[in-house]
Design a protein around this ligand. Structure first.
Ligand SMILES: [Zn+2]
Ligand SMILES: [Zn+2]
Length: 62
């Protein structure tokens, strides 16, 4: 099974976080600021999104 390559339109519609690739809707105030700083400073660090934060795809990893 090939992973579907996300189209630009779909990505824009889903508003994925550029830092952690999670949906922005899964970010609370803290994680949104955390990721915003990550993007600005181009850190490569994890994120503080809630566990189970989704990228919009329904891959059932554990
Ligand atoms: Zn993020
Ligand atoms: Zn995240």
């Amino acid at each position: 099974m090939t992973a579907p390559s996300s189209t630009t339109a779909e990505v824009a519609a889903e508003r994925l976080c550029a830092a952690c690739q999670h949906l922005w809707t899964t970010h609370d105030d803290i994680s949104a600021r955390f990721c915003a700083a990550t993007i600005v400073n181009t850190y490569s660090r994890g994120c503080v999104c809630v566990p189970g934060a989704t990228t919009g795809t329904t891959d059932a990893a554990n």
